[in-house]
Design a binder for this molecule. Structure first.
Ligand SMILES: Nc1ncnc2c1ncn2[C@@H]1O[C@H](COP(=O)(O)OP(=O)(O)OP(=O)(O)O)[C@@H](O)[C@H]1O
Length: 259
C-alpha cells in the first residue's frame, strides 16, 4: 500500500510549519524523515495518521484521499507510534496492546482468538511478553515505548507511521526494533534523528528543513557531508560502515558546530 503526500501544507501558530511537501512511500518501502528539531517531521507524520488535517494538499493511500476514507477503515490500514507516548493511563500492558485490535473488532464484541494471538505476537516481538499484567503507567520510558510499538504492530496494518521510535531505547532494543521494521516490510514512514540508523534501515530518506523538502533518495545519495553541514550545521565525514558497507557518518564531538 503506497502513501503519497502531495503538496501538503500545515499552518500552526500563524505560520507554515510544513510548507508544501511532496513525497511518495512505495508499497513495502521504509521511508525515513530526517531533519533538525522543528523542521516539520512530526507535523507531516501527523497528517498521515490523521491527527492533523492539512491546510492544503492531500495524503493519498493507494490513490485514495485519506480525508475521504471512513476513520475505521483508515485505522485498519495505518498504525502509528506518535511522539505523545501516553501518561497516566490506567491500563495494564496487555490492555494497552489490545487497543490496537479495536479497529478489527465489531462494536461491543469480545476479543477473538485472532486478536489474542496478534497481541501475544506483538508483545513477544518487542520483548515485553513477561510484563503483560504490569500497569502501563509504572513502566520506564523505554518500556512504554516498546508497549506502544506492540500496540502498533498488533493493529496489523499495511502502513506504519513511527515518530522517533528509538527514543529512550537502549542500543539492543534500538537494533531489535529497526530489524523488526525491515523484517516486516510494511510501508513505513519513520522520523529518525540517528542518521546512521536511518542510513541502515531506510530504503529512501527525505530531508526536511524549515518545513520544506530539501532532498529525497537512497541514503547513500542523500547523506553527503555537504548536505549534513547545510542542514544540521555540523561537520561530518561520510565513510563506509566496516561491517556492512552502509554509509557511516562520523561526527567530531570535540569540535564546535560550524556557523
Ligand atoms: N500546536 C502548535 N502550535 C504552534 N506551533 C507548533 C505547534 N506544533 C508544532 N509547532 C511548531 O511547528 C514546527 C515543527 O514542529 P515539528 O514537531 O513538526 O518538528 P520536528 O521536525 O518533528 O521536530 P523534533 O525533531 O524536535 O521532534 C516547530 O517550530 C514547532 O514549534
Amino acid at each position: 500500500m503506497s502513501v503519497a503526500i502531495e503538496d501538503v501544507r500545515v499552518a500552526l501558530g500563524g505560520r507554515d510549519v510544513v510548507a508544501g511537501v511532496t513525497l511518495l512511500a512505495h508499497d513495502g518501502e521504509i521511508a525515513g524523515l530526517v531533519g533538525p528539531n522543528g523542521s516539520g517531521k512530526s507535523t507531516l507524520l501527523r497528517t498521515v495518521y490523521r491527527h492533523l488535517r492539512p491546510d492544503a494538499g492531500r495524503v493519498l493511500l493507494d490513490g485514495d484521499d485519506l480525508t475521504r476514507l471512513p476513520p475505521a477503515r483508515v485505522a485498519r490500514r495505518i498504525a502509528a507510534l506518535p511522539q505523545e507516548r501516553g501518561g497516566d493511563i490506567a491500563l495494564t500492558v496487555r490492555e494497552m496492546v489490545a487497543m490496537g485490535r479495536i479497529p478489527h473488532q465489531r462494536a461491543f464484541a469480545a476479543e477473538g482468538p485472532a486478536d489474542v494471538a496478534a497481541v501475544d505476537r506483538a508483545l513477544t516481538q518487542v520483548g515485553m511478553a513477561a510484563a503483560v499484567d504490569r500497569p502501563f503507567a509504572a513502566l520506564s520510558g523505554g518500556e512504554r515505548q516498546r508497549v506502544l510499538l506492540a500496540r502498533a504492530f498488533a493493529q496489523d496494518t499495511r502502513v506504519l507511521v513511527l515518530d522517533e521510535p528509538t527514543n529512550h531505547l537502549d542500543i539492543r532494543h534500538q537494533m531489535e526494533l529497526l530489524s523488526l521494521l525491515r523484517a516486516h516490510r510494511r510501508t513505513t514512514l519513520v522520523a529518525l534523528h540517528d542518521l546512521n540508523a536511518a542510513a541502515s534501515v531506510c530504503d529512501r530518506l527525505h530531508v526536511l528543513a524549515d518545513g520544506t523538502l530539501l532532498a529525497s533518495g537512497p541514503p547513500a545519495e542523500v547523506l553527503t557531508a555537504e548536505l549534513i553541514e547545510r542542514v544540521f550545521g555540523v561537520h561530518a565525514a561520510v565513510t563506509r560502515h566496516p561491517l556492512n558497507g552502509d554509509p557511516l557518518i562520523a561526527f567530531d564531538h570535540r569540535r564546535v558546530p560550524c556557523d
